[in-house]
Design a protein around this ligand. Sequence first.
Ligand code: NAP
Length: 242
Amino acid sequence: MKIALVTGGSRGIGRAISLRLAANGYHVIVNYKSNNAEAEKTLSLIRDQGNSCELLPFNVADRSDIKDALGSWIENHPEDTIDILVNNAGIKEDNLMIFMKDEQWEDVISTNLHSFFYITRLVLQGMLMRKFGRIINVVSLSGLKGLPGQTNYSAAKAGVIGATKALSQEVARKGVTVNAVAPGFIRTDMTKELNEKELKNLIPARRFGTAEEVAHAVAFLASEEAGYITGHVLSVNGGLYT
Ligand code: NAP
């Protein structure tokens, strides 16, 4: 059984990635934090396609929760290896830095950056032993260029980009690739309060992207054929680089 773990798979981009990897023949472990109804919906959508999946809720911002839930899953499945890890779960808590509260900084850094370390370190061991793995980190245009009002989010995503590049060099000879996908504006719950009509004028493609378009890029980097691509950041942003 080929297995993929997608964090934040209950909604938005993570749901589209889960559906896409399941359609490509992977048994998908769908992680989420607390939205059981949406997670069940992802599960039904995958099963309706005739594909296989399971739910594994845990808080990616909490290292003991990761250890309890994901660590136990790994221990209880000694014959199975997670072939694909998509670190997708993320939050934003925007504020100008001068007004930013400690919790806004800490929550965004732990959910978007610390999660990468604690989850990937657990999953990596099996990949290295099997000499195959695909790690894809969902970052952001914010992490590449920095956006005002997002010092916390930009720092977290830039941190993951640096870690992607460093880890890719540590594990390349073991058949494990580590890449990132950097979406621009994508229509999901995270962007539902933004004014697409106004913002689309900044985007060369003149529209927000879809979760499925991001999922397509993730599936490409997750494919066996993408084995010589590592340490790369693939933008999915309709041409919005600056
Ligand atoms: P979304 O619609 O808000 O969905 C967020 C997902 O992450 C949900 O499944 C949520 O689970 C999960 N999640 C949040 N905090 C979590 C935690 N502490 N532990 C476990 N799961 C958690 O977001 P999205 O737009 O799909 O974003 C997905 C990723 O793309 C994020 O990393 C985001 O930063 C990045 N991104 C998005 C955009 C965009 O325009 N949408 C642009 C650039 C980058 P629950 O359902 O349980 O809450």
